[in-house]
Design a protein around this ligand. Structure first.
Ligand SMILES: Nc1ncnc2c1ncn2[C@@H]1O[C@H](COP(=O)(O)OP(=O)(O)OP(=O)(O)O)[C@@H](O)[C@H]1O
Length: 255
């Protein structure tokens, strides 16, 4: 199903033989089990978005292979949908139309589309807002629509590129809790890119730390804490310290 496998993946932008080529990722291998929640953490420019884009099928690896459920990813599709920081909703469509968009593309009959729309509006708690347009919604509500739209097409892997970075701190915290609630009700393999150590510990089962560019897997930290996670718990604090060390140690190596 949604087991995500990244095997010896390198990404070079530009002609690999030229001096101007940018090696964004080098020899990255990861195995993310079906329904696991994985966060990718690393400094700016270490290749997090590049990795996500390859899993989404927007970019092809220069070397190596990405596969979902044993099938290589060669282009974007329903199996691997992306949620962006800026929501990427259609401003001329209301909430219901935005959520149904992918279902129309999938050519689902109208009755099934409406059923799916109702299910996902309920799941993200937007009952009563179906006829509102994105401009009439708060940032947190827009991101709920984006999550509903992504889940409605039944992807095997959900990809999120700093989905809460544009939200204020309070809304971000609420949306993180909401995402965990949604993911537990509708388990998916999730790959989430973040700059925030706390977001990674709060949400993920596994945190993949990338080194500075060219990004390599520096470590994979298993979180193993019960949800909801208590920031004051000694194990949480120890994990935060470990992840900080991994990130800053990398910084020191280069400075
Ligand atoms: N299309 C492209 N052409 C050339 N270089 C690129 C391209 N896309 C990304 N890069 C380079 O690849 C490297 C990795 O970029 P990427 O956006 O994946 O990093 P990131 O870790 O997501 O960064 P940030 O955290 O700042 O969003 C960077 O040096 C970037 O400049």
């Amino acid at each position: 199903m949604g087991r995500l496998s990244i095997e010896n993946v390198s990404k070079i932008y530009g002609d690999p033989a030229s001096e101007g080529a940018v090696v964004a990722l080098r020899d990255v291998s990861l195995d993310i089990p079906d329904h696991a929640f994985c966060a990718i953490l690393g400094h700016s420019g270490c290749g997090k978005t590049t990795l996500l884009n390859m899993v989404a099928g927007f970019e092809r690896p220069t070397f190596g292979e990405v596969s979902i459920g044993g099938e290589p990813v060669s282009r974007p599709g329903w199996r691997n949908t992306m949620i962006f920081q800026e929501y990427a909703l259609f401003p001329w469509m209301n909430v219901a139309e935005n959520i149904e968009f992918g279902l129309e593309m999938k050519k689902l009959p109208q009755q099934e589309r409406e059923e799916a729309r109702r299910t996902y509006v309920d799941l993200v708690g937007l009952q009563g807002f179906e006829t509102k347009y994105p401009r009439q919604l708060s940032g947190g509500m827009r991101q709920r629509v984006a999550i509903a739209r992504a889940l409605a097409v039944c992807p095997e892997v959900l990809l999120m590129d700093e989905p809460f970075a544009a939200l204020d701190a309070q809304t971000r915290g609420a949306m993180q809790d909401e995402l965990v609630r949604i993911w537990r009700r509708e388990p998916k393999t999730v790959m989430l890119v973040t700059h925030s150590i706390d977001e990674a510990i709060k949400l993920a089962d596994k945190v993949v730390v990338l080194s500075r560019r060219p990004g390599r897997v520096k470590d994979v930290v298993e979180i193993g804490l019960e949800r909801p996670r208590d920031e004051d718990h000694a194990d949480y604090i120890a994990l935060r310290r470990r992840l900080r060390e991994l990130i800053y140690d990398d910084f020191d190596e280069r400075s």
